[in-house]
Design a protein around this ligand. Structure first.
Ligand code: PMT
Length: 397
């Protein structure tokens, strides 16, 4: 597996003659599996064109903090969240000073401040500039902030000088970026996760649903992404924030979720069915709001397709993890579901109490497979998800 598979690298290109090497850096990062987007500073644009960077990165190049269209959607915040790592290569003396003093004077410096992603800088400038007290001082400040500095090479410079200041080799830069990530058994795997409460319409106003918030499923999405997987998240009604690094598809009803899952399942390595899907839905959805003029209202319900079971029946089925939300005879019922649905593992979720399970931040579950059982004690859903994946990786990958 390539070390940067599915990793989002945001490359800042600032004003140095060595900006002409940026396409090579993009290629080396892509060779290692990365997806690359570029921010080009005003100075950088004097040495390399937006078109060249766009063609190589296969993405629109970002350069303007005040771009009206992008900033409508808070473009600089979106870029900051998109990045798994920010690399600035080349880093000019001016960009270095902006970073050292925490300025937000252009798109690149604003994104750096707005991002929690690790930052790597590769300075490149004239050897005398590099040796100056101001640049040395800025480098010291930056080093104290846990920012990785890739030292420039020593040698002949474009200006005719000889000394330190040449941009480090593109292969070395890409290798140092790759070192920041550890590969796991999920790196590069395609994982489809369903989550949230399905919504079954009764009439244009009312519906049948349940208390699932989507928090457990989203914790799995976050952890899978953290472990390097490429995640498709199919969600119904949720009370939690989507992860923008997943490919997110909304499907509110069981039928719609079934369709969305089947349309996306062929390329998946793993399917995790965490959604609380209604087993039944109204046979007919009333066209108009039902009036309250009758004493009793009879709703005829028909069974919904069973998404998990249908995935497990596929001739080329992915590895599958189901969930079993139970209130009575939990272990017995979960074991039955594991067998009947045909999944590789099932996570028993006792939802009889209010303390954990539905619509809260904590959970307590039992991991079950044909010949294995392990309880995961009450803790946050993020930690439960991490533990579920650890056991699954150990048992199945
Ligand atoms: O969303 P939260 O508030 O964080 O709560 C998490 C949770 C309790 C909803 C979650 O941990 C959980 O248990 N999800 C499964 C709930 C459920 O529908 O369980 P079930 O026992 O009814 O279904 C068994 C399995 O079949 C599940 O994997 C379910 O996704 C799947 N199923 C069910 C019905 C159906 N028509 N299609 C399905 O695929």
């Amino acid at each position: 597996m390539k070390p940067l598979t599915n990793k989002h690298i945001l490359l800042g290109v600032s004003g140095s003659i060595s900006a002409y090497k940026a396409p090579d850096i993009i290629r080396r990062l892509q060779d290692l599996g990365a997806k690359v987007q570029v921010i080009l500073t005003q100075g950088g644009a004097k040495f390399i064109t937006e078109h060249a960077l766009q063609s190589i990165s296969q993405n629109q190049v970002h350069s303007n903090l005040w771009d009206k269209k992008a900033e409508l959607a808070m473009g600089h915040i979106q870029l900051a969240k998109w990045a798994d790592l920010i690399l600035i290569a080349p880093t000019s003396a001016n960009t270095l000073a902006n970073i050292a003093s925490g300025k937000a004077c252009d798109l690149l410096s604003s994104v750096i401040l707005a991002s929690a992603a690790p930052l790597i800088i590769a300075p490149a400038m004239n050897q005398q500039m590099f040796k100056s007290n101001a640049v040395s001082g800025n480098l010291k400040t930056i080093a104290s902030r846990n920012i990785t500095i890739i030292s420039p090479d020593d040698g002949a410079q474009a200006c005719g000088d000889i000394g330190p200041g040449r941009l480090a080799d593109a292969n070395n830069i890409a290798a140092i970026v790759a070192q920041q990530f550890h590969t796991t058994e999920l790196t590069g795997k395609n994982i489809l996760i369903t989550l949230g409460a399905s919504v079954e319409a009764i009439d244009p106003v009312r519906y049948i649903s349940n208390h699932s918030s989507g928090k457990m499923g989203m914790a799995l999405v976050n952890n899978c992404i953290e472990l390097g997987a490429s995640v498709t998240c199919i969600y119904a009604n949720i009370q939690t924030e989507l992860n923008q690094r997943a490919s997110n598809i909304q499907a509110l009803s069981a039928k719609k979720m079934h369709k969305a899952v089947m349309e996306n399942i062929s390329k998946q390595d793993i399917f995790i069915s965490c959604a609380a899907v209604a087993d039944f839905s109204p046979k007919n959805i009333a066209k108009d709001k039902i009036k309250k003029n009758a004493d009793d209202l009879k709703l005829i319900l028909k069974p919904n397709p069973d998404i998990l079971q249908d995935v497990c029946k596929l001739p080329k089925k992915p590895l599958t993890i189901g969930f079993a939300a139970e209130t009575k005879n939990p272990l017995e019922n979960a074991k039955l579901k594991l067998k009947n649905k045909g999944c590789d593992a099932i996570i028993l979720n006792d939802v009889s109490g209010a303390d954990f399970g539905l619509n809260v931040d904590e959970n307590e579950v039992v991991f079950l497979s044909q010949n294995y059982q392990q309880k995961i004690a009450k803790t946050s859903k993020q930690k439960i998800a991490k533990k579920i994946l650890e056991i699954f990786i150990r048992k199945f990958l």
